[in-house]
Design a protein around this ligand. Structure first.
Ligand SMILES: [Zn+2]
Length: 289
C-alpha cells in the first residue's frame, strides 16, 4: 500500500500537474472501484469539470473539482496513478482514465489514469465535504508529521493496547498511513523486536518509538523525493531491513531475518532488535484496547 512518504509525494507531484486542468473525457474500465455519491453517471458527471486542488487526508487523496464536487480516492493495497500523453502506454491494471487539457487550451492534452491491479481501491465522487458515506474517512489517526502527533497521545495509545507494537502502529485509527514497509523500518530504528507487545515497552522505549516514527517518515519522504519515481512506481530502494532477508544489518552486520506477525511478513535484525523475555501479564493493569 502507499504509505505516508508515498502519499505526500503523490500529493506534491499531482498538485502542479492538475492545476488549471479541465477534464474533457472520462473512461471507466473497472466500474467495481467506482462509488457514485452523486446522481448520474461517473464519466458524464466528470466531463467538463476543472481541477481546483489536491490534498491528502490520511490514505485518501481528495481532488477538489469545480461545481463543489470532490473526487476522493482510497488506493488501499495497490492503487496507483499515472500521467501520460494520449496514446502513451499505461501500466497494468487500468481502472479509469481522465483526459485533461489546460482550461485555456495552452498546453497539450494529457491523461490521468488510476490503476489498481487488485481492484480493492475505491473512488468516490461526492459533494464537497460530504465524507459520511466514505468508510474510514473520519477514522484516521493524527497526521504523523504534524504537532497533533504528541508523545502524550502516543503513550496513551500504547498503554491501553494489548496488541503487538507492530500491529498497533499499523492501525490507521491510531497512527495513519504506516504499512508493512515503514513499520519494519520504524521498529529497526527503535531497536524493538517485531513480536514485542505494547505492555512490554517502558516509557523510554515508547518515547524512542514515537521519535522513530517521525524520523523514519521524514527520512522516507526525503528518500522518495530524491528517487523521484514516476507516479505509478513506489521508491523502496532506500529501506534498511524490509525485504532484505539474509543481507547484513546496516548497523551491526548480523543477517536480517524474516518472521511472521499476524500473517504479515516482517524483517528485523535479531541483534539490534532483541526479543524481550515473556513476562507475566497482569491484565487488570491493561485496559481493553
Ligand atoms: Zn543489527
Amino acid at each position: 500500500m502507499p504509505e505516508l512518504p508515498d502519499l505526500i509525494y503523490l500529493e506534491k507531484r499531482l498538485s502542479p500537474l492538475l492545476a488549471g486542468q479541465r477534464i474533457t473525457g472520462a473512461e471507466v474500465k473497472e466500474p467495481v472501484v467506482i462509488r457514485m455519491l452523486l446522481p448520474g453517471d461517473f464519466a458524464t458527471a466528470l466531463s467538463g469539470a476543472e481541477f481546483v486542488g489536491v490534498r491528502r487526508h490520511g490514505p485518501f487523496l481528495v481532488f477538489a473539482l469545480s461545481g463543489e464536487r470532490e473526487l476522493v480516492i482510497h488506493p488501499m493495497l495497490a492503487g496507483r496513478f499515472q500521467w501520460t500523453t494520449p496514446g502513451e502506454k499505461t501500466s497494468t491494471g487500468l481502472a479509469f482514465s481522465l483526459e485533461c487539457e489546460s482550461a485555456d487550451g495552452s498546453t497539450a492534452l494529457h491523461c490521468l489514469h488510476y490503476l489498481d491491479d487488485k481492484k480493492m481501491g475505491k473512488v468516490y465522487l461526492t459533494h464537497r465535504g460530504e465524507y459520511g458515506p466514505i468508510p474510514k474517512f473520519d477514522e484516521q489517526g493524527p497526521n504523523l508529521l504534524s504537532p497533533e502527533f504528541t508523545l502524550e497521545y502516543f503513550q496513551q495509545q500504547i498503554k491501553k493496547s494489548r496488541k503487538q507494537v507492530r500491529v498497533l502502529i499499523m492501525e490507521q485509527a491510531v497512527v495513519s498511513c504506516i504499512g508493512n514497509a515503514y513499520a519494519d523500518e520504524i521498529l529497526f530504528c527503535a531497536g524493538i523486536h517485531p513480536k514485542t507487545f505494547c505492555y512490554q515497552l517502558d516509557d523510554m522505549e515508547i518515547a524512542k518509538l514515537h521519535q522513530c516514527i517521525i524520523e523514519v517518515m521524514r527520512w522516507g519522504l526525503d528518500e522518495v523525493e530524491k528517487a523521484n519515481p514516476p507516479l505509478h512506481m513506489k521508491a523502496r530502494d532506500h529501506v534498511r531491513v524490509r525485504n532484505r532477508k539474509d543481507q547484513p544489518c546496516p548497523r551491526c552486520g548480523t543477517k536480517i531475518r524474516r518472521a511472521g506477525v499476524r500473517g504479515f511478513d516482517t524483517f528485523f535484525c535479531p541483534t539490534c532488535q532483541p526479543l524481550k523475555r515473556e513476562q507475566f501479564i497482569d491484565w487488570r493493569k491493561v485496559s481493553k484496547a
